[in-house]
Design a protein around this ligand. Structure first.
Ligand code: PRP
Length: 202
């Protein structure tokens, strides 16, 4: 390892545990490029409206923060938290409200910001929850869409990237609360598979 700080990577390395490894699926540069386009798409649909972004904790934090800065005009945001997953890689399908909104969305143009659309059960719950609160417009933007996993009949109005059915971490997404701080969207690999295509080395 270099002792010259200027030669070190400016990016922190992931906190691996033995048997886990990650490979980059979508680089941070590609994410940022796509966010510029998403910002333009959203603003094309709502050129002058104040936009109220609602981030679904915790996975959407980096996505919302970066997307908000790609949207010109008046933007505000709020967060809520629901739980649909246990601590592993499988969804239980149960959705529970953990943290409610801070302010009313009645009459506002609301953009729900989700990191990933998987079975769609969370989004189905959220859409019903938000619609009852009578926003002027209700739209959904997701960074990642695992189309083949869908159970509920829901869709996003704006999608960053359709992705295959692999377990993804990074750029806000976690495995057991770890890996959220990876700058790129990565595939998490376990066991012997972890050794082959690792983009980051443990
Ligand atoms: C993820 C994601 C969505 C949900 C999507 O949240 O942020 O809210 O799962 O899954 P679904 O389409 O199958 O319902 P998660 O429960 O992992 O919480 P987190 O954002 O705090 O990591």
């Amino acid at each position: 390892m270099s002792t010259n700080p200027k030669k070190r990577s400016s990016r922190a390395r992931p906190g691996h545990r033995p048997g886990e490894s990650v490979r980059v699926l979508i680089s941070n540069a590609r994410v940022k490029q796509r966010l510029r386009q998403l910002g333009e798409e959203i603003r094309r649909d709502f050129p002058t409206e104040p936009l109220h972004l609602i981030g679904v904790l915790k996975g959407s934090v980096f996505f919302l923060a970066d997307l908000a800065r790609e949207l010109g005009g008046e933007v505000s945001f709020d967060f809520l938290s629901v739980s649909s997953y246990g601590s592993g890689t499988d969804s239980t399908g149960e959705v529970k409200l953990i943290k409610d909104l801070d302010v009313s969305i009645e009459g506002r143009t609301v953009i729900v910001v989700e990191d990933i659309l998987d079975t769609g059960l969370t989004l189905k719950y959220l859409l019903r929850f938000f619609e009852e609160k009578k926003p002027k417009h209700l739209r959904v933007v997701v960074l990642l869409d695992k189309v083949e996993r869908r159970i509920a009949d829901v869709h996003a109005d704006y999608t960053g990237f359709p992705i295959p059915n692999e377990f993804v971490v990074g750029y806000g997404l976690d495995y057991d609360e770890r890996y959220r701080n990876l700058p790129d969207v990565c595939v998490l690999q376990f066991g012997s598979r972890a050794k082959s295509k690792s983009g980051y080395r443990a």
